[in-house]
Each structure stands twice: as C-alpha cells, then as structure tokens.
Design a protein around this ligand. Structure first.
Ligand code: ZN
Length: 271
C-alpha cells in the first residue's frame, strides 16, 4: 500500500513536470512520457504493423492517401509555425500508408505515422472525404490524445520502455489500445467525447488550410452514420459524440475553418 502511494506521488510529480500546451486549444495537457521516449516505440510499432498487414502500393488509391496526407501534414506545419509552435513537429517522420482491410478505420500514431484502411474508402468517396478522416486522425496525434487515454500505470510502463531493444508484449498492447491499432472493437478504448470533438474541430481547420472544402466534413459523417447499421467498427463508428451532434458541430464550424484558411492564402476549397 505504501509503495503504491509513493508510486502515485511520483506519477503526479512527473505529470506536473511535463505539462505541455495544446497548440490548437491553448489548454494545458499532461504529457507524462515525452515525445522523445514515445516516438521510437511508435515508429517501431508502426513498422511492425506494416509488416503484419497488407500494404497497398502504387494504386491510385494508395497515391491519393499519400497526397492527401502530405497536404494535411503541410497544413499542420504551417498552422503550428504561424502560431508560435515552431519545432513542435521536429521529431515527426510523416508516413501515409493504405492497408488492405475491410475495417472502417484509420489512425495516426504520434510522430505522424498514418494508416488508412481500404474499408473506409467507399465512405470517404473522394479526396475531400479522405481529408476529413486524415485531418481528424492527425488532430488526435497533434493533441496527444492517445497518451492522454492511457492510465498512469500504462504510462509508467511505457516510460520504462526507453532503451529497451524490443517492445514487450504488454507495451505493444498498450500502444495498440491507445492509438487504435486494434481492429477488434473490444480491444479498443474509444477516445473521449471531448477528444473527438476537439479532433473534429482541429481536423476541419487542417483540411481547409490543405485546400479542401470543410463543408464536406458534415457530409462524410452523414455517410458514416448511414453505414453504422452494420458491425461496429473501431474509431469511426464509435458513438462519441453522437453522429447528429457531430454533424451539427461540423456545419457550424465550417465557415470559421474557411476564414482561418484564408489567412494562409487559401481561397479555393476543393470539394
Ligand atoms: Zn477520433
């Protein structure tokens, strides 16, 4: 019991020591494990995932994933640089891969490691729809949401990974759970409602700066809603927030996102 208390105190202390600011909301968030420790593990997990799954290469769809991803990444960099967060992405190693899998899913791990599943493409339909999804996922990564949904114990374990040659199975599980790599719903922790809303809003700004019409976001979620009758899917068919709230929010934020993008000289929004 005593040992537990001491452990808890250390965790709390570390949390205070490494408070970081969310560049999009200005909110202080806890980053118990700094990027310098998280990213090597994230990169390793990403490579592992690509080895174990079928990466689609050279098709027009795979190229679309790369091209939209690059535009979203550039938009994120422009936004951060313009808002006093130069260097925020210095350790990022952006990568965009399409994986053959029927799950309606996509995710972005810390460090800019993105996977889009082929199963989501019939719903995204086109570049602008894909930009909604990728903007949303990149937003989760930029705002450190994955780390925030880990428990203190999990974070400690992960912190202990530093310098380890191989990632333990337990840590692998923590990663997959926190970043949505799992395709089984039961394994996945959903992001909280507030994180989802935050990712929607940030994602909308990113897609607009990338030159895509943010009006498309509400339509994407309408299509997602129409699809949600089938088997539950990770991340995208989670019900936080409810699809209707989400659609209303996105509609009400769209003009603001366009206004923000105009500050970067973007005047045409591709639909
Ligand atoms: Zn999300």
């Amino acid at each position: 019991m005593k040992f537990r208390n001491i452990t808890f105190a250390i965790v709390v202390m570390l949390a205070f020591l490494s408070c970081t600011q969310n560049p999009f909301t200005g909110k202080k968030t806890l980053a118990v494990v700094p990027n310098s420790q998280i990213l090597p593990t994230a990169f390793q997990q990403y490579d592992e995932f690509l080895k174990e799954n079928k990466v689609v290469k050279g098709t027009s769809e795979a190229m679309m994933v790369k091209s939209v991803g690059q535009k979203i990444a550039t938009a994120a960099e422009r936004y951060l640089n313009a808002n006093g967060f130069q260097g925020y992405l210095k350790d990022y190693q952006w990568e965009y891969n399409l994986v053959k899998d029927d799950a309606i899913n996509a995710w972005c791990m810390p460090g800019g490691k993105i996977v889009v599943y082929t199963g989501i493409l019939p719903i995204t339909e086109d570049e602008a729809g894909l930009a909604v999804v990728m903007g949303h996922e990149v937003a989760h990564a930029l705002a450190n949401h994955g780390q925030q949904r880990m428990s203190a114990t999990q974070l400690q374990q992960l912190g202990a990974t530093v310098g380890a040659v191989a990632v333990s199975q337990e840590n692998q599980q923590i990663f997959q759970t926190a970043y949505g790599l799992g395709t089984q719903v039961g394994v996945m922790l959903p992001f909280s409602r507030s994180h989802e809303t935050e990712a929607d809003k940030i994602g909308l700004t990113l897609m607009a700066i990338a030159g895509y019409n943010p009006d498309e976001a509400a339509d994407l979620w309408r299509r997602m809603k129409a699809n949600s009758g089938g088997a539950a899917q990770p991340e995208f068919l989670s019900t936080h927030p409810s699809n209707d709230t989400r659609i209303n929010n996105l509609e009400s934020w769209s003009e603001g996102a366009k206004a923000e993008a105009r500050k970067y000289g973007v005047t045409n929004f591709k639909s």
